[in-house]
Design a protein around this ligand. Structure first.
Ligand code: HEM
Length: 136
């Protein structure tokens, strides 16, 4: 019996984070936990509308799309243009930090692998910093 030679000419199949975490249900759960915290957050709650359900669906669809899932967000909402969509909310460092803290907790409770959790958190920290529109 000769061992199979290692295959050095064909790339290993890669998977998206969306696939690794189990697809859409992961993002729905993440956003549910995040919004549960927003509801109790004195800094963030006033920025959000009375009805939180449409925002939840938009955020979950956006994140699923961003991490390699189907483009349902763009089909429904068009180009994300996140900075433009956030200009009507005054976002300073306090709001950014509150948002990130709540989302990091939601990620830590998600069951994602340490590497995937790290990738999600790095992304959220960077994206939230980009959305600061009110220097204090
Ligand atoms: C920096 C702190 C942030 C604050 C204070 C904030 C606040 C908000 C608020 C108030 C809404 C409207 C929700 C609604 O109409 O029901 C919203 C929508 C949204 N946010 Fe944020 N957000 C922040 C950061 C982020 C980040 C980091 C992301 C993405 C990684 C994000 C993605 C979205 C998306 C996709 C929507 C829906 C946009 C749409 O289709 O209308 N936000 N955000």
């Amino acid at each position: 019996m000769t061992a199979e030679p290692p295959n050095i000419s064909r790339p290993l199949p890669t998977s998206s984070l969306y696939e690794r975490v189990g697809g859409e249900p992961f993002f729905i759960g993440l956003v549910e936990r995040f919004y549960g915290r927003v509801e109790e957050d004195p800094v963030l709650r006033p920025l959000y509308p009375a009805d939180l359900e449409p925002g939840k669906a938009n955020l979950a669809a956006f994140l699923a799309q961003y991490w390699g899932g189907p483009a349902r967000y763009s089909e429904a909402r068009g180009h994300p243009r996140l900075r433009m969509r956030h200009v009507r909310f005054a976002i300073g460092t306090a709001e950014r930090d509150a948002w990130v803290t709540n989302m990091v907790q939601a990620v830590q409770e998600s069951g994602a692998s340490p590497d995937d959790a790290r990738a999600l958190i790095d992304y959220f920290e960077g994206a939230a910093t980009m959305l600061i529109n009110e220097p204090r």
